[in-house]
Design a protein around this ligand. Structure first.
Ligand SMILES: Nc1ncnc2c1ncn2[C@@H]1O[C@H](COP(=O)(O)OP(=O)(O)OP(=O)(O)O)[C@@H](O)[C@H]1O
Length: 501
């Protein structure tokens, strides 16, 4: 399944999918497997049995009670083999719907012949025939990732708490843990806690040369950020809690929420949380390491040559918009991120990934107000995210910071005030970042589309701003234009103003 299809799934009406063909396909596949290796004693304790038990014992009263985020994550992370490359190739959307339908339609009399039952056997075979060394290529991890994706994307994620798929997955997850399958996770990965790696302080001390200054790569609202090297060779970024009493109090309350929230999120354009450490007062979050640092640094400090291309800048914008869009659909209506160029990080392939979604917003969500002066008047909504993303687009176009110093020390100006009037006045070229150079003909059209998308994002009224989905569509279009050197017609005003809804 390509990215395009995944994006369209997000818009898809989950409730209208015909699961029958899925069920038949799964049945066919499963029937072609041998069941000679099925049994109950493996340390990989049969997912199938657990699923079976979970399904058999399900009642309408317990169906929707479980909290969140899924057996899929537990399984996926336990197996430790999900890769971004298999994330979008899974056919698990239809699987999940199929299981859902099978479960709903199951009665005790037809259970033995149901597709859910044979699915369970088939999955068992798949798990048993995988070994830690070949988990990465088995279909189990992509299944798990896919289920997770489905759970989060069904109906835009807003009703995932009550979706039967969600309840099913959660139910199986808790039973898997209860039945000792977490032992399996430990065997495969080391210390795994509900999908995240639990580090000892000593491991992280070793990874960072005892939190040496040399390893310090930044400071943010959670505390100091260190680069580290784990014993297994993985590079990570470690956020260490601050030591001021006020911040400690905040972190004590928020840490659990943060870990619970972040561990659900997996997307190629988000910086993933690898694990955490909580020992006495010490609280540490361990993230994937983004080798090329923040977009902010490249735009406003380093002036890196890699960013001196309109294609690269538009690609970064598109990557980031995809990450934010995913968060939108997953996080529902309560939790929004503070989008800014310092929270858009670049990995070793210059792919942009959104980071640090959640800290300030989590405080809001859990009703904690620590220091209004420090955190400002954060009242974040979906549309304020869009505004903030519009500011990032303007930073990419102009190379200017969010707030510019006024000329001759005069009144500071926002990048919105700086850029919007010339764009509206047809004088876009005047405000483009001179480090990138004047866009070529086809580039000019793409840049123009980004500019008009940006100004719609920063419309004063939230209702006049486009949705993230629309922004992604426009940025995709802009990147396609820039990649297609044969496109020479100018963009019609209709296309341009297609950005609003
Ligand atoms: N996963 C990471 N990989 C590489 N560098 C990182 C990573 N996370 C953070 N950094 C670096 O550390 C800096 C501080 O990051 P952090 O997320 O703590 O704060 P911030 O985003 O700048 O601010 P705030 O927490 O207020 O949103 C970043 O600007 C970046 O340079």
């Amino acid at each position: 399944m390509d990215t395009e299809s995944v994006e369209s799934i997000e818009m898809w009406n989950y409730g209208t999918f015909d699961a029958l063909s899925f069920s038949l396909a799964v049945d066919n596949e499963i029937r072609s497997r041998t069941s000679s290796n099925l049994g109950a004693s493996s340390p990989l304790h049969s997912f199938a049995s657990l699923l079976d038990i979970a399904i058999r014992s399900r009642t309408s009263s317990n169906w929707e009670t479980s909290s969140a985020n899924s057996y899929a994550f537990g399984l996926d992370n336990a197996i430790r083999s999900r890769t971004s490359s298999n994330w979008e190739t899974s056919s698990a959307y239809s699987f999940a719907f199929g299981v859902d339908t099978a479960i709903r339609s199951r009665t005790s009399s037809n259970w033995e012949t149901s597709s859910a039952h044979s699915f369970a056997f088939g999955e068992d075979s798949a798990i048993r025939s995988s070994t830690p060394s070949n988990f990465g290529s088995s279909r189990v991890p992509s299944f798990a990732s896919g289920v997770d994706y489905v759970i989060r994307s069904s109906n835009g994620g807003t009703d995932s708490e009550t979706s039967p798929v969600h309840g099913f997955a959660s139910e199986v997850y808790s039973r898997t843990v209860a039945a000792g399958s977490s032992q399996m996770a430990s065997n495969v990965t080391g210390h795994v806690a509900k999908g995240l790696q639990l580090f000892s302080r000593a491991e992280l001390v070793a990874a960072t040369n005892n939190f040496s200054l040399h390893n310090k790569i930044g400071v943010g609202s959670f505390g100091v950020v260190y680069g580290g090297l784990l014993v297994d060779g993985r590079e990570v970024a470690i956020k260490r809690n601050e030591t001021s009493p006020k911040m400690k109090e905040f972190q004590k309350i928020v840490f659990g929420y943060l870990v619970t929230f972040l561990r659900r999120l997996h997307h190629e354009h988000l910086v993933g949380l690898v694990g955490f450490c909580e020992e006495k007062d010490e609280k540490l979050l361990v993230y994937e390491y983004m080798k090329n640092g923040s977009l902010y640094d490249h735009l406003h400090h380093k002036g890196s040559a890699e960013l001196n291309s309109w294609k690269m800048r538009i690609k970064i914008a598109l990557d980031a918009s995809r990450g934010i869009k995913y968060l939108h659909y997953y996080a529902g209506t309560n939790i929004y991120r503070d989008i800014k160029s310092s929270n858009i990080l670049l990995d070793d392939t210059w792919t942009a990934r959104v980071s640090d979604f959640g800290l300030s917003s989590l405080m809001k969500a859990v009703g904690i107000i620590i220091d209004p002066e420090y955190y400002g008047q954060y009242v974040l909504t979906a549309k304020s995210e869009v505004y903030a993303f519009g500011v990032v687009l303007l930073e990419l176009l102009t190379g200017k910071r969010h707030i510019l110093c006024g000329e001759d020390g005069g009144t500071p100006l926002s990048v919105v005030e700086f850029a919007v009037p010339p764009i509206l006045g047809g004088d876009l070229a005047k405000i483009l970042d001179p480090r990138v150079g004047a866009p070529h003909v086809n580039e000019a059209k793409a840049v123009e589309l980004v500019a008009f998308t940006a100004i719609h994002c920063v419309n004063l009224e939230g209702k006049d701003r486009p949705s993230l989905a629309k922004i992604v569509v426009n940025l995709k279009k802009a990147l396609a234009i820039i990649c297609d050197s044969s496109t020479h017609d100018s963009i019609s005003s209709r296309t341009i103003f297609d950005v609003s809804e």
